[in-house]
Design a binder for this molecule. Structure first.
Ligand code: ZN
Length: 304
């Protein structure tokens, strides 16, 4: 089954064709990073307009790379419907629905966070739940235990073990369950630099990174401990960070667990992860009605 997956939730216009939720036939990602760089962050209105301009060429290229001459040769069309920027989501969802309507193909709406989880199957088709998964990106940080397909458990207790190394910066939220917030850490960095104007920038960066990686790794291992998941998985753009990869790999080895660290192209936002999740969703729920909308504040559907 060949599914076209479309992703436009933030500043990447992406489309891909994936077979049976596992084999990537094509994956095209057009980034808007340069467009938003002068503003220091993604400007929603600019993102929407760029998606409108890019969506057709990106979809065409994905179809061409996959050797598909006519959209009708596909088996389904999927798009990310949330979470994300409303105007940006509307572009991808509208494009997918238009293709579905004009061809009679099923439309499948996909949760962006669930898609990040399913990116793992594109590289490791034999991945078996339960998995303790840490998704870290600029837009979202999510720690979840995937007990089975479509079954996600948030864990609400954590036996915090405290800091392991005496590094200057605090480890925010380490004692507060499985939520993440690094605003306290950012304040600590600002205060430190103000008090020590001569401090070496690489030292600040390294210490900041170490504090963040400490918290992320400790919580991932704690979630695996509590749920009994034998496999640790990383995802999201920040999963490209070499220190985070090293520490999670070391933590897996130390605790006798398997670890899966996907390649960068599968960690950042892409259409292939949408198509992969869509394949599983189509089997579980069937097609999505064409009058379904977008959900900018969508969360991962959890069982607890
Ligand atoms: Zn993402």
């Amino acid at each position: 089954m060949r599914i076209l997956g479309i992703e436009t939730s933030c500043d990447e216009t992406a489309a891909a064709v994936v077979e049976d939720g596992r084999r990537v036939r094509s994956s095209v990602v057009s980034s808007q990073v340069k467009l938003h760089a002068p503003y220091g962050g993604v400007v929603p209105e600019l993102a929407s307009r760029a998606h409108v301009e890019l969506i057709n060429p990106v979809v065409d290229e994905a179809l061409m790379e996959a050797g598909i001459l006519d959209v009708g040769e596909l088996d389904a069309v999927a798009a990310c419907y949330g979470p994300g920027l409303a105007g940006a989501l509307l572009v991808g969802v509208s494009a997918a629905k238009a293709l579905a309507l004009s061809t009679g193909l099923p439309y499948i709406q996909v949760n962006h966070l669930e898609a990040h989880l399913y990116a793992g199957w594109l590289e490791e088709p034999d991945l078996e739940p339960p998995l303790a998964v840490l998704i870290v990106s600029g837009g979202h940080t999510l720690l979840v235990v995937m007990e089975g397909h479509g079954r996600y458990r948030m864990i609400d207790r954590l036996a915090a073990e405290g800091d392991r190394a005496a590094i200057a910066f605090p480890r925010p939220m380490l004692d507060e369950g499985y939520d993440f917030s690094f605003s306290g850490l950012k304040t600590a960095v600002v205060n430190h630099v103000r008090k020590h104007p001569g401090v070496a920038t690489p030292d600040v960066a390294a210490s900041f990174q170490e504090a963040v990686v400490d918290v992320l790794t400790a919580k991932l291992v704690a979630a695996a401990d509590e749920s009994g998941a034998p496999t640790l998985v990383l995802g999201g753009g920040v999963a490209a960070n070499s220190r985070l990869r090293d520490r999670v790999a070391a933590a897996a080895e130390a605790s006798g667990r398997r670890v899966f660290l996907p390649p960068l192209a599968l960690c950042t936002d892409n259409g292939a992860m949408i198509a992969a999740a869509a394949w599983w969703r189509l089997q579980a729920d069937g097609p999505t009605p064409l009058d379904a909308g977008i959900a900018p504040s969508l969360a991962l559907p959890t069982i607890i």
